[in-house]
Design a protein around this ligand. Sequence first.
Ligand SMILES: Cc1cc2nc3c(=O)[nH]c(=O)nc-3n(C[C@H](O)[C@H](O)[C@H](O)COP(=O)(O)OP(=O)(O)OC[C@H]3O[C@@H](n4cnc5c(N)ncnc54)[C@H](O)[C@@H]3O)c2cc1C
Ligand code: SF4
Length: 557
Amino acid sequence: MSEAQMTPREAMDYDVVIVGAGPSGLAAAIRLKEINPDLSVVIVEKGSEVGAHILSGAVIDPIGLDALIPGWREDPDRPLKTLVTEDRFYLLGPSGGLRLPNFLMPPLMDNHGSFVGSLANVCRYLGAKAEALGVEIYPGFAADEILYGDDGEVAGVATGDMGVGRDGLPKDSFTRGMELRGKYTLFAEGARGSLSKQLIARFKLDEGRDPQKFGIGLKELWQIDPAKHQPGLVQHSFGWPLSGGTGGGSFLYHIEDNQVVVGFVVHLNYANPTLSPFDEFQRFKTHPFVRETFAGGKRLSYGARALTEGGWQSTPKLTFPGGALLGCAAGFMNVPRIKGSHNAILSGMQVAEVAARALAAGRGGDELAEYEAGWRTSAIGADLKKVRNVKPLWSKLGTYIGVPLGGLDMWLNNLFGISLFGTLKHGKPDYACLKPLNKVKPISYAKPDGVLTFDRLSSVFISNTNHEEDQPIHLKLTDPSIPVDKNLPLYGEPARLYCPAGVYEIVYGDELKKADPRFVINAQNCVHCKTCDIKDPAQNITWMTPEGGGGPNYPNM
Ligand SMILES: Cc1cc2nc3c(=O)[nH]c(=O)nc-3n(C[C@H](O)[C@H](O)[C@H](O)COP(=O)(O)OP(=O)(O)OC[C@H]3O[C@@H](n4cnc5c(N)ncnc54)[C@H](O)[C@@H]3O)c2cc1C
Ligand code: SF4
């Protein structure tokens, strides 16, 4: 390390430091300032602007926004204007499907009363509200180190150094990172946060809980023929193109301005290493129930992001000395509803209220125990508890038995607050679920047509992903030999397929003989979905924050 990299960092002190300007971090900041405008609150955000790294569906349950900004529905600048008008659920087969009657769906699955729109735009709106209340927001800065105090408590975070070359040495543009010190630090990094992961390990926050489960969600934004646009139409499907043993499904929402969002989620406990979530998504769009929507349309944007699926039984302990986890960093996603933004906002408000009381009592650096003690009996707990068996049933019994049983369990929970199954366990972590190549039937995918279906690189292009190329690779291999020596012979190196951005490749010295393989990391394409950090079977890949401001630049995703 050079002298420049060892110089002490400038430090700034705050009452509360927040990592991540998603719905949870912004809600926490807003609530803190509403309770006490004199509190100093700062947010660091790795995206180039608030919203740049936000990718969601989204059908948004307004319970969170209603609580946080009571007058938002009358605000002319409100980010959500379209209520759900029609709600359809399909079970798909290869050439047809079955529309499930709405009366069969448990009431908690009803999307009427929710809004369709862009969560990134909701965040932009909340960001402006937070700044108006005096919250300092620093987009373009990634928090890449946790600061600890003398007693081992979390004391803040440091942003990464800028202007470091691929060789690890400072360039002419070198700027030392900043220390942001807080009496409390709130980690609102979303699913598989890189610092949250370190905290969970250090403070053993997952002890006694089920392993966290994840899915990868891929999404495109389309401009479609106005004649086909039905604002507020919401469609979900499960079944084809996935096999009965693989969990996941699609979403398709008609938002404003003749735009449609279409997306696909694959549960990351899939077993077949030849499965490619990206190509399953492309294949899904060719289904006869779906493809017509896009005829004559134009794809505007693309992106992908992991989501948490463990819910009630996988939520880690939320607090540790000096800070807390919130939103999807804590795992507050409701899987069957594919909704987490409402709980993200509610968790931000809950932790803010506890932290504000602690600060008013002159505390700091200790544990916000009331937050941990309170969430299971709050609206978040009520939301997650009712659906806690859906994902384990789906994983254990597959789509055709597990999903109907999960539906029955939701009905019983909805009507009588009881479950036939108690609380089921999730089983193995996702990285341990792959079967070796010789135990599976390989899946093959058709070539994209460039009109309805696309390849990874043209897709990444429209995610506006951009990284400074001359910087250390932010995808760290603990053992660089594993991809070629173990993952390739055993699984065909699944990173080539699960990465939705074409970051990982196996390149052969002799392509014809498939000899002399090399593992190549095209880090500049990374859309920060975090799937590699979750699914690598050897847990050999660690996603670290690249230089702040790098990554996708999503518009209204
Ligand atoms: C495909 C998909 C579809 C979904 N559909 C819906 C839906 O229809 N309805 C719904 O309610 N929910 C939906 N969700 C879930 C919803 O998006 C999440 O629950 C919600 O975004 C969680 O909010 P959050 O604030 O916890 O995290 P995020 O929204 O992920 O925000 C985290 C923020 O922190 C930043 N960050 C992370 N790490 C750092 C760091 N170290 N330093 C600085 N900044 C950092 C990120 O850049 C990001 O801006 C969906 C999710 C996906 C992936
Ligand atoms: S490298 Fe990892 S985090 Fe980046 S896009 Fe690929 S799978 Fe996602």
